[in-house]
Design a protein around this ligand. Structure first.
Ligand code: DP6
Length: 330
């Protein structure tokens, strides 16, 4: 049984930072994201009695041990248990963007794997079930199952059955754009998973994050529905800064920004003063994503490319939901 899937990455407009259950990947707070057209992962999975152990091929290279391999096997065990099968699998996966530079490769990766692996195992999951399964691989992956603008509901239940993502608005809802700047393609030093656990444990301001994040979620959801760019942009930017404030005040401190990150932050703020309306957001890495409306894309792209630390600017529209494909990787 072989199946392939393609899933887009996503960028959070209000962030997920901190878990209440690290096995089930249940978040302390809900979050909202935009699925990013063009930044995707393609994955092929085949279960067969011929395989003695799970085989993982990532961007053409076999990975047979280490954290990434172990996490993938643990995820495949969840799928095997759901499907009632024992066969091991061959998994090939390819990203069309740099991995682990804050471009959320785990989001598109586990969304594509959830869809491909469940299909290959003979399961026919609906979107809700797929989102829950993808969440078990990486929290933010549950949002990449859906297209357009997406909300991951925190949920209340202990078993996580109400913690999944739903669409707020489809991809062609409005001409909101995200410019992804690449300032560094190095692997980040502190992964989100370890970083958020450390923040929950040691940051004195995390309480303030939790007390205010729901207001941000409500404002951004409403802003999306009303197509109010200033509302979405300003609240998303502030929410990002609040999350980074908790990261910076974690012990030991986690500072993902580098000089190029700061350069873009200041530039975006200055351009906004001049009337070029854009806002920034940053995940667990140095790369900055700049939000704008379609009419300003060319001007902003030109200006961003002119900054010293910027290596590349990728323009993203709201993207599609995760889909199966007949184009197998092997
Ligand atoms: C800063 O989803 O990568 O990008 O659930 O441990 O796999 P795990 O973490 P992950 O964390 C994403 C954190 C973030 C914010 C966000 O995408 O909401």
């Amino acid at each position: 049984m072989k199946a392939s899937a393609i899933a887009n990455s996503n960028i959070a407009l209000t962030k997920y930072w901190g878990k209440r259950d690290s096995k089930l990947m249940l978040p302390n707070n809900g979050s909202i994201s935009m699925t990013l057209d063009g930044l995707n992962t393609r994955t092929t999975v085949e279960f067969s009695p011929e395989y003695e152990r799970d085989i993982l091929i990532f961007n053409g290279k076999e990975i047979s041990e280490g954290r990434e391999y172990e996490e993938t096997v643990a995820f495949m065990d969840i799928v095997r248990e759901m499907a009632g099968i024992r066969e091991k699998a061959k998994i090939a996966t390819e990203n069309n963007f740099p991995t682990a530079a804050g471009l959320a490769s785990s989001a598109s990766g586990y969304a594509a794997l959830a869809l491909a692996a469940s299909k290959a195992a003979g399961l026919n999951l609906d979107k809700r079930e797929l989102s829950i399964l993808a969440r078990r691989g990486s929290g933010s992956a549950c949002r990449s199952i859906e297209g357009g603008f997406v909300e991951w509901k925190r949920g209340e239940k202990k078993d996580g059955s109400d913690s999944y993502a739903v669409q707020i608005a489809p991809k062609d809802h409005w001409d909101f754009r995200m410019l992804t700047t690449i300032v560094s393609t190095e692997e980040k030093k502190v992964k989100s998973r370890a970083g958020m656990a450390q923040t929950v444990k040691t940051c004195p301001y995390y309480k303030g994050w939790l007390e205010t994040v729901q207001d941000d979620i409500d404002a951004v959801r409403q802003g999306i529905l009303e197509k109010d760019f200033a509302k979405v942009g300003s609240v998303a930017e502030y929410n990002c800064l609040k999350m980074h404030a908790t990261m910076i005040t974690t012990k030991p401190p986690i500072i993902y920004w580098n000089p190029a990150t700061m350069e873009i932050i200041h530039a975006v703020m200055a351009w906004r003063e001049e009337g070029l309306e854009s806002y920034f957001t940053i995940d667990a890495g140095p790369n900055v994503k700049v939000m704008c409306m379609e009419k300003d894309v060319q001007e902003l792209k030109k200006r961003l490319e002119g900054l010293n630390g910027v290596k590349e600017v990728i323009v993203c529209r709201p993207g599609d939901e995760a889909k199966t494909t007949e184009e197998h990787l092997f």
